[in-house]
Ligand binder design. Structure first.
Ligand code: FAD
Length: 317
């Protein structure tokens, strides 16, 4: 079922969903299942699986030359298929512009269709560390909007190069990213909203937001999006703080603000066990207010470990 159909059939009730990261190469999938198992009692209608590009320096054995290698973390589609089969739940692979040609994207989408996966998140991806700006793969897309258009073309039976009779069209439901505190590269929130509107006009069906820790930012964003003519569901993304280091890391990586009260509470903690507790309490407070405001889904960034998400979900669902 499509994400938008899940939202419609919930009749205004807030749903619970979460996002996972494929295990690192060589790691067993069982650990992932161990973290998903405790969350299934909250009946997530869909689970997102991220896609990551990693960069590392390759030095030959003699140490004579080194070069930067960019690679995909494998597993996104395989894990989507495995989870869908094991738990009978819809899965949403994150599809990136970065690192993919349009042809590779088409192969990926055709595979999704064969696997019965009919929801995808269309994302640009970030610049690699050695790049000043994001660079598209040769023959790939520069902006998420163009990826959305390619997916919509496929939904209409339009493949990249082939003129063929299509008797089994895909019907992807497309999610895109939104930024209540604007995307790092956008000159202003207003410009960023214009870009978001372009993604929706190209065919995006729903938006999932970047994490935020002050609900006012989300509420204002939703209002501004509506005023800009964006009328698709905007799903809030919630991340519980888990370690002290998040105080520096999250604002630095995601260009988001942390409220003073939260900073103070984390700084008062003696160890990361206490920080995890503070993170859980903050996320519960945030989620209860969002639930009361009638958000369609509460989407949690689980980052691998699920004990804190389970505690939060137990307080809400
Ligand atoms: P876009 O919508 O293309 O926007 C990128 C920037 O370009 C913005 O500043 C926008 O304002 C600007 N822009 C857009 N169109 C134009 C135009 N025509 N001209 C000029 N400027 C323009 N990253 C991953 O690598 N893997 C993941 O699995 C992943 N999952 C994510 C899930 C969510 C919910 C979110 C919020 C982010 C996720 N990201 C992920 C991060 C995302 O890839 C980065 O934030 C990336 O930098 C931007 O992606 P986007 O899809 O928002 O890009």
């Amino acid at each position: 079922m499509k994400v938008t159909e899940h939202i419609k059939s919930a009749n205004g009730k807030t749903l619970f969903s979460f996002e996972i990261i494929p295990p690192q190469k060589g790691k067993n999938i069982q650990e992932l299942y161990n973290n998903i198992d405790p969350l299934m009692e909250f009946k997530p209608p869909f689970i997102d699986v991220t896609t990551s590009r990693e960069e590392f320096i390759y030095i030959d054995k003699a140490g004579l030359f080194e070069r930067k290698i960019t690679r995909m973390r494998p597993g996104t589609l395989g894990i989507c298929a495995a989870i869908k089969h094991k738990y009978d739940v819809d899965t949403v692979p994150h599809v990136l512009c970065g690192g993919f040609t349009k042809e590779e994207t088409e192969y990926l989408l055709v595979d999704c269709h064969y696997l019965g996966i009919n929801n995808v998140m269309a994302l640009r991806g970030d610049a690699m560390k050695h790049q000043k700006y994001f660079e598209a793969a040769k023959g790939g897309h520069l902006y998420a909007k163009d990826l959305v258009s390619q997916i919509q073309d496929l939904n209409k039976g339009k493949y990249l190069h082939d003129v063929i009779e299509v008797d089994d069209k895909s019907d992807f439901c497309i999610g895109v990213a939104g930024y209540p505190e604007k995307h790092i590269e956008a000159p202003s929130l207003q410009t960023d909203l214009k870009r978001l509107k372009e993604k929706v006009d190209a065919g995006a069906d729903y938006v999932v937001t970047q994490m935020f820790f002050d609900n006012e930012k989300y509420f204002q964003f939703v209002e501004a999006a509506k005023a800009a003519g964006i009328n698709v569901p905007i799903i809030p993304g919630i991340k519980p703080i888990a370690v002290q280091r998040h105080l520096q890391l999250l604002p630095q990586v995601f260009k988001i603000d942390l409220p003073e009260d939260l900073i103070q509470a984390v700084e008062n903690c003696k160890d990361n066990k206490q920080v995890r507790q503070v993170g859980v309490e903050w996320a519960i407070k945030q989620s209860k207010e969002l639930q009361k405001a009638g958000v369609p889904v509460l989407h949690f960034y689980s980052m691998g470990k699920s004990d804190n998400i389970k505690t939060i979900a137990s307080a809400l669902f």
